[in-house]
Design a protein around this ligand. Sequence first.
Ligand code: C2E
Ligand code: MG
Ligand code: MG
Ligand code: MG
Length: 284
Amino acid sequence: MYRAKQDGGNTLRFFAPEMQAHTRRSLELASGLKHAIEHGELFLAFQPQCALGSGVLTGAEALLRWRHPQWGLVSPAEFIPIAEQSGAIVAIDLWVLEHAARQVREWDAQGLPELVVAVNVSAAQFGRPHFVEEVLATLRRVGVEPQRIEMELTEAVALKQPEQAEITIRKLHAAGFLVALDDFGTGYSSMSYLKRYAIDKLKIDQSFVRELVDESSDQAIVTAIIRMAQSLGLRTIAEGVETAEQAQLLQAYGCDDMQGYWYSRPLEPQAFAAFAEHSLQLAT
Ligand code: C2E
Ligand code: MG
Ligand code: MG
Ligand code: MG
């Protein structure tokens, strides 16, 4: 208080240097993102997903990575919100879809088992008037069937404009895409939406998995989600599975699939192909 008064009552001054550094980084990231695509700084990592019972590889989630020339690897948790604010997200999401599809085609050509690859869809992309048509045009150009792509929507994305979302999800479904609800349980999960939306899969958020083994409240929530999904005919996949104990519990609860460091970290395409070939050999 005393210092603040002495400085002319400007208490903000105490925080100014830190805030400035943070703002400067955000601004630099925002301007850098505009050129990240042209400069080839973006790439995709693919995290394997497997069936809990058999451990058989069932699919992968495409996760965006940005190698910034100055800051190094920047987390999507940091730059996706910035891209959403600046509007760069629309071009980025289309880039992700196109490159995920190209990767599917390449793995097919290499003789890998035909996997479904999931991509994350942002609110900005999902809300575009011709979203489904744009996505279909991209896949047609690359030469990949919609059946090979799963669209991951968060509840925040799906619930922004519920009537529009219902129509768009139905269109996605009709076109042959799989639709998953990401980070399930963290948003405003309204049960009526589960009935209304033509979704195939719930991704149980990793915040419920982290302390699953010790927290009875997490156990209650996860079992309830799985039971509800089962009676609605939806698949379930648990995110952020890091230990054998977590996997065992989830399997006992009847969860279908898992994704997490215990099975595999996100992998670059070559490493993913090697992983897939290896797991295929184990399965046969
Ligand atoms: P998400 O879609 O829920 O993706 C799962 C996140 O959990 C990924 O973080 C993944 O690396 C991480 N993860 C997977 N297994 C484990 C585990 O066992 N333990 C822990 N602690 N974490 C695990 P990542 O890659 O940093 O992505 C963060 C978020 O950024 C994603 O959350 C998604 O919301 C967003 N994102 C990533 N790629 C894209 C993209 O291409 N487009 C859009 N719009 N958003 C994306
Ligand atoms: Mg996701
Ligand atoms: Mg998630
Ligand atoms: Mg998440």
